[in-house]
Design a protein. Structure first.
Length: 93
């Protein structure tokens, strides 16, 4: 929402400073804000879904095949083991 609002404000700045008209409706500033907000929200949604998917992939690799994960990504595996041990020390083997 914050990124969408920021992109909407950027759309307003483009409308006012450059004189670029996004539309020919009666309220060009409101329309510029809506178009900027929609573009910002859509792009941030796509990028954050990519980041979330990569985090889920690392967690799945750690849970499904910890030995192979340790062999291929030693530093990341050790960091995850240490973090897991700090949080759930009595459940960690």
């Amino acid at each position: 929402i914050v990124i969408g609002g920021s992109a909407g404000c950027f759309g307003l700045m483009v409308e006012e400073v450059d004189g670029y008209s996004f539309t020919s409706f009666n309220k060009p500033m409101f329309t510029a804000f809506l178009i900027g907000s929609f573009i910002g929200f859509s792009l941030s949604n796509v990028f954050l879904n990519v980041v979330g998917s990569s985090v889920n992939t690392v967690l799945l690799c750690y849970a499904a095949a910890p030995f192979e994960f340790h062999q291929n990504h030693l530093q990341l595996s050790n960091e995850m083991k240490d973090s897991w041990n700090q949080r759930w020390s009595d459940n960690f083997v």
